[in-house]
Structure formats: C-alpha cells, structure tokens
Design a binder for this molecule. Structure first.
Ligand code: 6R9
Length: 658
C-alpha cells in the first residue's frame, strides 16, 4: 500500500533545505530559536499559552474565565464561558479598518472573475442569515450545504455561523445515498444547494440528488431546500419546501445581529470515513476551532496582510473549512476561490491563475501535483510565477520526486514548502514546518506546531524513540480538536481514545521520526484508503458493493497509484455464476463501478474489480486482507497460506477486469 511506497522513497531521502535568509528575516516566526522558544513557552504553561493566543486572536463578546476543562475527559472544553460569534470574527471586525479590501477573488470554471470586498461579503452573509431566520432556522439547527465551490457556499457557511445554526457541508461529488445518510444522521432541518455546478466545461446537475435523497426514509426533519441558481437548469421546485436563493435573499435586510454563542457551541459537523460502519460526524467547536485556524495561518502560512492566499480545496473537505471558509477571513486576508478543475481548459490552469491573481501563497494536494507533472511538467515555465513566496501540501504523504518538482519548477527554488499533517478531526495543522524557521526535508511534515504535543507510541501506548515508528498520537488536548462524534459519544471514545493510549488522541496514522526528531507519515493504520487525498472506508465501498443484487460478498483493498496515491481494488463474489465471455465480464465490472459511483460518489469507484468464486478466508472465516493486498499489487505471495480455507481461489483472483 502507500505505506511501503512512501517508506521506500523516504528512507533514501537526505536532502535538507533551510529557509533562505531573505525569507527568514521577514517571517512571522524567524529561525529555529524562535520556534523553540514558542515550544518552551507552551510547555511551561500549557493552558496559559493557548489562553493568551485566544485573547489576542479572537474578539470575544464576553471574555472567558476558564481555559481548559478536563473534568469529563476525553470530552474536553476550551474557553467555555467565553461568548463569541465566528462570523463576526471573520467579517464585522474588519469593517472599520479594511471594508473595501477584497475578501474573495472568485474564478468560475469558465474563467470569469468576480471580486467581493469585506463590506459586500458581510452584507451578503447578513442578508442570507436573515433569509435563514425567515424560514424558522435557529441556533442549534442542523443545515446541510451541498453546493459547488462559489462565493455563495462561503456565504451559506458564514450565515449559519452567524445565527448559530450548525452546518454540515456535503461534498458535491457525493451521491444522493451519501447525502441521505448525512441528512438523517444530522437530522437536518434545511438543505442549501444549487441547481448544478460547472466542472471542466460541463454543467452537472446537483438538485436532483437532493430530491432523490429526500424521497428516502427518515428525512421528515427537512422543511426547507434553498437553491442557488448556477447553471440555469430547469428544475422542479416543491412549493412548500423549496425556494430559490435569490427569492429568499433579495427581500432581506443586510443588517443581522450575530448570535453570541459559547466557545463550545458546535460550529459544524463534517462527515469523514472511519474504519468501520457509516461515516463519522466530526463535531467541531466555535472558539477552539477558530483559534487553530488562525494561529496556523500565521505560523505555517506566514500570513501577511498583503498576501493573496489560495487554497485549492473544496469546501466539502476540512481543508476547505479551515483554509477557505473560516481561517483566511478571520485574518482579513484576500483569497482566491476556484470553481473548476486543475486540468481545464488545460493543465496550465493553476499556473495561469497564480499569474493572473498574483497569488503569494498556494496550498494544494500531492495528487494534483502528480497529475499536473504528468500532464505538463514544463507548463509552469510558461507563466509568471514570481508572485509566489510559499507553497503548501496537504492530504497525503508527498513523495520526494513530486516535492522536488513543486519546489524547483513551481517555486523556482525560492519558496519553502510547508507539508502540513492534520485531519478532519484535528481541525487545523498539527505537524508542519514553520517556513521561516524549520529546515525542510522532501517527504517529511517535520515538527509539531507550538502547543501540539505529538508523539509516536507502540501498541501499549508507550512512547518509542527509535526510528522504526509506531502509532501517531497527540498527548495533550488542544483547542481545535474534535469534540465528539455527532450522536455517538461512545464511538468517539473508542475511535480516538482507546484505553491502551493512556489518554492520548490516536490519529489513526503510523509514522516514524528521524534523528532530527522529524515526523514521517507512513499511512493509515486502519481500513481507510487515501484516494487522491480523500478518505474512503473500505467497509463503505464493500457495503455499497454487496447492496447490489448480483453481489454475494466483496472485499476492498488499496494499492499504490502514481497519481491518486492509492487505487481502489475490489474483490467480488457473485451470487450467480460468473458470465462466460470476457465482454460480459467487462460489462458487469463497469456496471458495478457505476453502482458504487451512485451509492457513494464517483471518487469511490473501484479502479479494478476481480471476480472469484470465493474470497481467501482463514478457517475462522476472516477475510485475509493482507493476501488480497499482495494480489492487488501483483506481488509474489510469500505469506503462509496454509490456514486458508480455500487456497485454490488465489489463482482466480489474480485476473484483473478493467
Ligand atoms: C487535512 C486532511 C486525514 C488523513 C491523515 C493522513 C493523511 C493528511 C497529510 C497526510 C501525510 C500529510 N494526511 N495530510 N499524510 N502527510 N501532510 O487531509 O484531512 O481528509 O481527514 O485526512 O490524511 O493519513 O490521517 P482528512
């Protein structure tokens, strides 16, 4: 899996790139001594350190008196009696000093550019927030947002925050089934969506998936569907339930007093894949979450008011929450929001946009970098990228080869790369270089941020200091961490704070540290795949496959993929006989791929399907996934297969149907 892949390449990695004197001199955190001093300060007075930052960064309606409450661990609380509003912190507080500054430079799939100032964005958020209130939506209600990348998606999130409603953004590439699962789990009262979205020159409908989800059981809680018109599709509106965004919006006042909430009030729920069962609704707080987004942008992205920041992540993922919808706005930054895809109209799109908008800080995923190398490794040279000063990477380990290209060709050897390790659950960066301080090594996310106590432990939860590695944990609670799994506190405890870990947060990744103490992430320890930086549970894909009437049993594993990081390989046992001719087998495989696409979303479609009369199982009936992983990779089978119930099956499963 990606694990062995990255181990192989990083074991030989010895290059080190210290920050240039020029970058370091101007940096917010300049030199390793400054970093070490921050770490020392955070260790000397842990809660005091975070409290100071919370006072400095956040505008409180009512200051907090309590910092960290550990009395009901692992249900930690931060700044609980403080009152704030996240949207106030992202918008209102900038109006006195920089109301005309551009908050968002939006570029559509078609290349059309719109600029929105802080004053305008504030007005729109207030207007839409009043619209939500007019539909009876109030503090604590859950609102699903199923939208394309747009100014409106940010407005929708901010408007929820303004009235204290808890949003749950569902990525526009997810199917109606996935959407339904999230609507019912969150018991949402409203859905904000669009008629469709443009991607790569094509108009794709969105609203029909909402309609389909709402015909399924358990959606009685939904009383409103608000539809933003993006593609001009003719769609059906249910008079009682549905309303156009513009009809709701236009009649509203642009004054809306924010709802002041406790720092612990849930800002949002974001669903992510775990090792078992249905996706987990990761619940985040308001105060601690905002603090993590803000401090990390200042430290890791070395934020300067003159920056043009561009994080390419969709708001459907945590990266698009912390580094598009909230963090940059809280700091009063100018940022680019992009609707389209990196390869349309050609693989120079990102570079052209960096040139056109004079982007200084560019944050993307290794999978995008790898695909752009493949499609046009020389293309960046055709553009003026001299505005860039800092590059970032997120989502999966970046292989040193892609890192070097990013560094030399995109960054022209001038821009530090911050390889940021973090998760949906951590809310903000945990391990990352500080670009004016940390010497960087290709493939390593380097060192924990100040105030983050990361460590590597063995199965007994004891810290290991050798270089073999183990489980990545975070030893102390930190402000931006997950508060619970929505509606399932037991699962929260079991998933992240298993007893062996002695109170530390178990991240679910394996990692090792080198002689300099740098962290190198090796991959997931659970049955979670990382496909193009997106987390997918093998169980989710297996359940989708067995839900097909033709399928009796299925097992899903990952295998290394040049661009996507990991590819999905499915082993399928049919209920009936396997079709005799090759064309029919191929057709069936295609049918099942599309089925998974419909059940979960196109990102989960298996890259390969292999059919067998059986799956390799131990005599106690456990599927031998290690074996399946070896078969998927085309490796010689060296494992002991003597405990297999049905050894003959292995030959059958080697045959690939594409
Ligand atoms: C932010 C985000 C989290 C998982 C995480 C790890 C992998 C993320 C990484 C990285 C190596 C990095 N991951 N960043 N692995 N280096 N810089 O991606 O959140 O979607 O929850 O995924 O992604 O495996 O556990 P999320």
């Amino acid at each position: 899996m990606s694990e062995s892949n990255s181990i192989e390449s990083v074991l030989h990695e010895t290059r080190v790139f210290p920050p240039s004197a020029e970058f370091a001199t101007r940096a917010n955190v300049s030199g390793m001594e400054s970093y070490k001093a921050m770490v020392a300060a955070s260790e000397a007075d842990y809660s005091g350190y975070w409290a100071d930052l919370a006072r400095k960064n956040i505008d409180w309606k009512q200051p907090f008196t309590k910092v960290l409450d550990e009395s009901n661990a692992p249900f930690y609380k931060w700044f609980e009696d403080g009152l704030l509003n996240v949207s106030y912190n992202c918008l209102d507080r900038h109006l006195a000093t920089q109301s005309e500054k551009t908050a968002i430079i939006f570029e559509g799939d078609d290349g059309k550019v719109t600029r929105v100032s802080y004053r305008e964005l504030h007005g729109r958020v207030c207007q839409f927030a009043n619209g939500l209130k007019s539909r009876g939506i109030k503090k604590g209600d859950r609102v699903i947002i199923y939208m394309p990348m747009s100014v409106e998606a940010v407005v929708a999130m901010q408007a929820c925050a303004r009235i204290g409603a808890i949003h749950s953004v569902v990525f526009g590439g997810f199917s109606s089934k996935s959407l339904h699962e999230r609507i019912t789990d969150a018991q949402a009262v409203a859905i904000i969506t669009a008629d469709g979205q443009f991607r790569g020159g094509r108009a794709m409908p969105l609203k029909p998936a909402v309609d389909e989800a709402l015909t399924m059981d358990g959606c009685e809680s939904v009383h409103s569907v608000i539809v933003y018109r993006r593609i001009g599709a003719s769609i059906e509106l249910d008079d009682d339930r549905d309303i156009w965004w513009h009809d709701l919006f236009n009649s509203q006042s642009s004054v809306c007093e924010p709802e002041w909430v406790s720092a612990e009030h849930p800002l949002f729920i974001l669903y992510t894949s775990g090792s078992t069962g249905t996706p987990k609704g990761v619940q985040h707080s308001s105060g601690g979450y905002l603090l993590g987004a803000m401090t990390s942008i200042q430290w890791v992205f070395d934020y300067k008011p003159t920056d043009v920041f561009w994080c390419t992540a969709d708001v459907g993922w945590i990266t698009g929450h912390s580094y598009v919808a909230y963090g940059p706005l809280a700091l009063g930054a100018t940022q680019v929001v992009f609707e389209g895809v990196p390869t349309y109209p050609d693989a120079g799109r990102f570079w052209k946009m960096i040139q056109d908008h004079k982007v200084t800080t560019f944050y993307t995923a290794p999978t995008a970098i790898r695909s752009l190398i493949k499609l046009g490794g020389d293309l960046p040279k055709q553009y003026d990228l001299s505005s860039l000063r800092l590059l970032g990477s997120v989502g999966e380990p970046i292989n040193p080869e892609a890192w070097m290209w990013y560094y030399n060709v995109v960054g022209q050897g001038r821009c530090p790369i911050v390889d940021t390790w973090w998760q949906t659950e951590t809310g903000s960066h945990m391990i990352s270089p500080l670009p004016g301080a940390t010497p960087i090594k290709p493939g390593s996310c380097t060192l924990p941020l100040p105030g983050i106590q990361a460590a590597i432990v063995n199965e007994a939860g004891d810290e290991v200091h050798d270089q073999h590695g183990g489980f990545l944990v975070i030893k102390k609670p930190f402000p931006s961490q997950i508060r619970t799994i929505w509606g399932d506190p037991e699962r929260y405890k079991k998933s992240y704070f298993p007893e062996e870990m002695k109170g530390a947060y178990l991240a679910g990744d394996s990692a090792h540290r080198d002689a300099d103490g740098y962290f190198w992430i090796m991959g997931r320890i659970d049955d979670v795949l990382n496909v193009s930086g997106h987390r997918l549970g093998t169980m989710e894909i297996e359940s989708a496959l067995v839900a097909n009437p033709l399928v009796a049993e299925a097992a899903v594993v990952g295998k290394p993929h040049d661009i996507k990081g990991e590819a999905v390989v499915a082993f399928v046992v049919l209920k009936g006989a396997r079709p005799a001719d090759a064309a029919a087998v191929k057709k069936l495989a295609e049918e099942l791929r599309n089925w998974v696409g419909k059940e979960i979303g196109p990102i989960a479609k298996p890259d390969e399907i292999r059919f067998g009369e059986n799956l390799p199982k131990t005599r106690s009936g456990k599927i031998m996934r290690r074996l399946l992983r070896a078969i998927a990779k085309g490796e010689e089978i060296t494992q002991d297969t003597s405990t297999l119930e049905n050894p003959a099956i292995l030959e059958q499963l080697k045959e690939v149907v594409r």
